[in-house]
Design a protein around this ligand. Structure first.
Ligand code: NAI
Length: 333
């Protein structure tokens, strides 16, 4: 029997994973669901398990990896694509790591567009007004996306879907990728330098992974280079954007709007209910208080299709790596 401890489990995770498990009756798997996040204080819950299954805000740093190894845990199964929260160097030779590289690029790209449209057409404000029979249009003026320029940073699976959506709106696409794809450029879609993207884009959307070279890719200097009124969308990872610099840009009226599904310090807050509490993070509180900032709490992945694909692939990864010793979704250094 292979025993896996899930961390940071929500009811929708459990539903999807129980369905995936039911499809694999012969796999000899047992799942235990912990609601708490994995970190140095909770890692001992993994005692007696063969593997841990973690999500974006679990902390799998050097100390946690060390302890998991000492407890006899053999596998870290990430039920997400990004892996910036795992110390891969420390895990090398001690624990195997698998992830779900793609589960629905549409879920994330469509959420990015949903945030953009909500933000620039003020539908979130109109919804609240009309619920109160307030039919005034004052302050709801938006702008057309047609003919505007969108800058897309990262042209992988999600970035490409977002580009296609933007083209459907009649937008011109400028893109930047550290590893440009040869088949990417088309009419109205071209690679440019990061500086040119900052200078010419009306909307900028981030779709690259968080790594040393992309940390704070949107910082004070980048914001200085941007057009006045630029809309910044981040559905990738919080630390791609320097949140204090973003706040400064908004206060200076340089940034026209921000659409954030992720936030630098989201681990302390996202996925939990803090209504009725005093939130200690002044930058987050100030950002949320701005009329032109829209925040969702790392929700872009949350579609039925994505949850089902995540669960099916994760179960497949666990079975493959622990029973056969190999898995194409294994992360190596
Ligand atoms: P992908 O691996 O298909 O594409 C990433 C692209 O970024 C690649 O083309 C790569 O060459 C490029 N890239 C790497 N480093 C770069 C840099 N420094 N500057 C510019 N481009 C760079 O990944 P995918 O599936 O498109 O996902 C992108 C990101 O979206 C993930 O890394 C993850 O952080 C985030 N994500 C967020 C979710 C959410 O719920 N908000 C859900 C799933 C993914």
């Amino acid at each position: 029997m292979i025993k896996i401890a899930f961390f940071d489990t929500k009811p929708y995770d459990k539903d999807a994973f129980e369905k995936a498990l039911a499809n694999r009756k012969n796999a000899d798997l047992e799942f235990h669901y912990f609601e708490t996040k994995l970190n140095k204080d909770t890692v001992d819950l993994a005692k007696g398990f063969d593997g841990v299954c973690v999500f974006v805000n679990d902390t799998v740093d050097s100390a946690v990896v060390e302890r998991l190894h000492a407890l006899g845990v053999k596998l870290i199964a990430l039920r997400c694509a990004g892996f910036n929260n795992v110390d891969r160097k420390k895990a090398a030779g001690k624990l195997r790591i698998v992830r779900v590289p793609a589960y629905s690029p549409y879920a994330v790209a469509e959420h990015a567009m949903a945030l953009l449209l909500t933000s620039i057409r003020r539908t979130h404000k109109a919804y609240i007004r009309t619920k109160d029979f307030n039919f005034s249009l004052s302050g709801l003026t938006g702008f057309d996306l047609h003919g505007k320029t969108v800058g897309v940073i990262g042209t992988g699976r999600i970035g490409r879907v977002f580009v296609d959506i933007c083209r459907g709106f009649g937008m011109k696409v400028l893109a930047y990728d550290k590893y440009p794809a040869p088949d990417f450029e088309r009419e109205n879609v071209q690679y440019v330098s990061l500086d040119e993207l900052f200078e010419k884009s009306d909307v900028i959307s981030l779709h690259c992974p968080l790594a040393e070279d992309s940390y704070h890719i949107i910082d004070e200097k980048a914001i200085e280079k941007c057009k006045r009124g630029v809309v910044i969308i981040n559905t990738s990872r919080g630390a791609l954007v320097d949140a204090e610099a973003l706040l400064g840009g908004i206060k200076a009226r340089k940034v026209g709007a921000a659409c954030l599904d992720v936030y630098e310090e989201e681990g302390d807050f996202f996925f939990e209910d803090f209504s009725g509490h005093i939130v200690d993070d002044d930058v987050l509180a100030r950002l949320i208080s701005m009329p032109n900032v829209l925040v969702t709490s790392h929700q872009a992945f949350l579609t039925e299709e994505a949850l089902s694909n995540i669960a099916e692939t994760t179960v497949q990864n666990i079975v493959e790596i622990l029973q056969t010793g190999t898995c194409e979704n294994e992360l190596t250094l």
